[in-house]
Ligand binder design. Structure first.
Ligand code: ZN
Length: 432
């Protein structure tokens, strides 16, 4: 029997808090899960620094990847025997679902920003490069690794296959919303996925939703909206993210400046030089990053030491609403006062905007690759774009809300001597 058709003698099941069970019958899927590059995802948290805000948010990208696979498996099970679906791409869809986040590294958001990396590029490299994952996929067929990479990259010719993994209502989003809601413990993020899966229909180039399922989809869009503002953009999480980015910036700066680390950052060297090879990338996980941060608390450099201590012990920066576009003068004055007081503003006075983060609870057609959600009308089989049918969705569609905050170490400012005029002025600007 061809490898692509090989089935396990007995179905394997993973117990999962969100989907109850994750079912694996294909030998290929089982082998991929066992590959070291996939097992590595256990050591990378799905929500980065969110655990410092929501202590339950310790779940990994491994959990999420299995969840996305399971949702696609269920969608395809429902598709069986329907027009527009012949099942030939089944294994391709399952592999792309399982591997779609393979290139994520530790604390992806900060690492990508500071070192100018792109996790999607690493996903491609892992699938096509000299890895166990690549060897497994190649056994399916010589072009199979490229096909999987193309589906994840949204360049695959069959857009129906692509839309399962990336569209406005894809398996990726449906898993992370429910999973992140479950692990953070918030009451948003829940919706009736069973219902949505039952009303999904394959069309030639996309998955559409039967019109009768509109309210379940509205619920899904609203939960996405709430999760973005309540969890993903949470200002405390962003504060931790700011400190993390500054640690990476500082370590890079020190290294380039010839500073002698007492713990040499061997795992970071390629990141500092901007030439990150796949092997080095795969070696870095959150355990290793946390190890360095812990050790760097004892470094001579006061900025690196302080920032690491803040991250490890959760002594985060405080924040106020602050829009530098409208408050340029205050910003410049604060910058100068911080300098005067010897508090390096490059590290301790940070404006962060939520628009830097993925913001897409629903924007039909704004980004070329984001397919809008289409409803399938009962009588004539016509397709209608969701926000034209649903007033609820219409009211939140395409609105870009940017949220600027200024982060600073309040504890340091409070410790300044009472008679300091600079201190008085800083507090006046910050708190009025
Ligand atoms: Zn994902």
């Amino acid at each position: 029997m061809a490898y692509k058709d090989e089935q396990l003698n007995e179905e394997k099941v993973f117990k999962d808090p969100v989907h109850r069970y994750i079912h694996v019958k294909d030998q290929v899927i089982w082998d991929l899960i066992g590959a070291p590059e996939f097992q590595r995802l256990r050591r990378i948290k799905q929500l980065g620094t969110s655990y410092l805000t929501f202590h339950g948010a310790e779940h990994s990208r491994f959990n999420h990847s299995l969840g996305v696979y399971e949702i696609v498996r269920r969608i395809l099970f429902n598709f069986e025997g329907r027009p527009n679906w012949n099942g030939k791409e089944r294994l391709l869809c399952l592999c792309a679902a399982l591997l779609h986040d393979l290139g994520h590294g530790p604390f992806s958001h900060s690492f990508e920003k500071v070192f100018k990396l792109d996790h999607e590029d690493f996903t491609k490299q892992i699938i096509l490069g000299d890895t166990e994952i690549n060897r497994i996929l190649k056994r399916v067929g010589p072009d199979f690794p490229q096909d999987v990479a193309d589906v994840i990259n949204k360049t695959y010719a069959d857009k129906l296959v692509v839309s399962l993994i990336s569209s406005q209502i894809d398996a990726d989003r449906m898993d992370y919303l429910q999973r992140d809601a479950y692990f953070t413990g918030v009451s948003y993020g829940h919706f009736d996925m069973e219902r949505i899966l039952r009303v999904m229909r394959p069309m030639e180039d996309q998955v559409v939703i039967k019109q009768t399922g509109m309210h379940a989809v509205e619920d899904y869009i609203m939960s996405r909206y709430q999760m973005y503002w309540q969890v993903y953009f949470h200002p405390v999480t962003r504060s931790a993210e700011v400190i993390l980015s500054k640690i990476l910036n500082r370590a890079k700066y020190l290294y380039q400046d010839g500073y002698q680390f007492s713990l040499k950052p061997v795992h970071f060297l390629s990141f500092f030089s901007g030439q990150v090879k796949l092997k080095e990338y795969l070696r870095l996980d959150e355990g290793i990053v946390n190890y360095y941060f812990q050790m760097w608390v004892d470094e001579q450099d006061p900025v690196l030491s302080d920032l690491c201590e803040r991250f490890i012990n959760r002594r985060l920066f405080k924040y106020i609403e602050f829009n530098p576009n409208h408050q340029m003068n205050e910003w410049m004055e604060l910058f100068r006062l911080f300098q005067e007081l010897g508090i390096d503003p490059d590290y301790y006075l940070v404006v962060d905007s939520s628009s830097d983060l993925p913001y897409d609870f629903y924007r039909p057609g704004e980004e070329e690759e984001r397919l809008p959600i289409h409803l399938l009308m009962p009588k004539n089989g016509e397709l209608k774009e969701l926000s034209r049918q649903s007033e609820i969705v219409e009211s939140i569609s395409g609105k870009k809300r940017t949220d600027h905050k200024l982060y600073f170490p309040l504890d340091v400012l409070e410790e300044l001597p009472e008679e300091s005029q600079a201190k008085a002025r800083i507090f006046e600007i910050l708190y009025g």
